[in-house]
Design a binder for this molecule. Structure first.
Ligand code: GDP
Ligand code: ZN
Length: 306
């Protein structure tokens, strides 16, 4: 039988097949296959499994179907190993807001770079529209003009407006989506409104101080309807920059990737080198200066990590 891995505890996997959940284990030899990972099977994996003859709610996973993509990060315990957080995602959604609490452009751009690195299409959802003033609405238009031409659709919604929520609902339909965002942006409010049975815990903005300290190692997939699934992750830590070399960062900025080879020096890092096509494009307003700042900040972080 073929099923979808919805949840994992490390040794047991919940596999969804024909509207049923099977508790599955992995056959020993599967663990040795392929790259060095601490978890051989990840949430989002499509697997083949054999139900146990003596217990029809349990099974043994016999194979993993080839992955379309996957999110991996360095294992906490064995640094030479990776930990696969999720596989086969159709899109990565970043929920952000321009107010209360404003999401930084640096956060957004890091998210997008990670999505590029893992080859997952990204969608930006700007929430709390009802709290935006004229200035914020104008700022949204500016951001939309930056991100949409780069291939990142933007949606402006309020969790309090049915019609706007429905727009987001449509973009989730029949897909497996990773949903991310700083705590306080309205992730749980939105998902609970779309799917009342979900009952995700909402947080008050006052607990915003604990952003990013989540330590969940195993992602969890929720079924929203027949073919619609979401994986809720607390943030950029999960979709981290971990294994991107400094020299590669610009490959994950589409506007820089498009200009690959146009700089005077083949190994140009787009910092202070003469004849840099990227800096020229920034000066000519062909590349957004905020995107370029995010690039510089990521390059700096890499320096600090070495
Ligand atoms: P999460 O941490 O991303 O899951 O955020 P929550 O869903 O817990 O929302 C944080 C706070 O923002 C709560 O007090 C929500 O009621 C509020 N909130 C969420 N979405 C909206 C919105 O669109 N408009 C307004 N005004 N408040 C919102
Ligand atoms: Zn350059």
């Amino acid at each position: 039988m073929e099923g979808l891995v919805m949840r994992s505890t490390g040794s047991w996997y919940e596999v969804f097949c024909d509207d049923q959940i099977y508790q599955c284990r992995v056959r020993g030899k599967l663990k040795l296959k392929g790259t060095k990972v601490t978890n051989p099977v990840a949430v989002g994996d499509l697997v083949t499994f054999e139900p146990e003859p003596e217990n029809d709610k349990q099974g043994v996973i016999t194979d993993i179907l080839p992955r379309e993509n996957y999110i991996i990060r360095k294992s906490h315990h064995k640094t030479s190993h990776g930990h696969i957080l999720a596989a086969n995602l159709d899109q990565a959604v970043c929920i952000v807001t321009l107010v209360f609490p404003k999401t930084s452009l640096g956060f957004i751009d890091r998210f997008l770079v990670a999505a590029e690195a893992f080859r997952i299409p990204a969608l930006l959802v700007f929430n709390k529209k009802d709290l935006y003033g004229t200035e914020h609405l104008q700022q949204y238009e500016e951001l939309k003009n930056i991100y949409e031409p780069l291939g990142y659709p933007c949606l402006l919604i309020s969790a309090r407006e049915e019609k706007e929520l429905e727009l987001f609902h449509q973009s989730l339909k029949s897909k497996k989506s990773l949903i991310s965002g700083h705590s306080g942006v309205g992730k749980s409010t939105i998902l609970n409104k779309l799917y009342p049975g979900l009952e995700l815990k909402t947080s008050e903005v006052s607990t915003f101080a604990d952003k990013g300290v989540h330590t969940t190692t195993f992602a969890e997939m929720f079924q929203l309807d027949q073919n619609t699934f979401v994986i809720d992750t607390p943030g950029i830590k999960e979709l981290g920059l971990i294994d991107i070399e400094k020299e590669e960062i610009s490959h994950f900025f589409p506007e820089m990737r498009d200009r690959f080879g146009e700089c005077k020096f083949y190994n140009c890092q787009h910092l202070h080198e003469p004849g840099c096509a990227i800096r020229e494009a920034v000066d000519n307003d062909e590349i957004s200066v905020t995107r370029y700042y995010s690039y510089l900040s990521m390059m700096e972080d890499e320096d600090n990590r070495r």
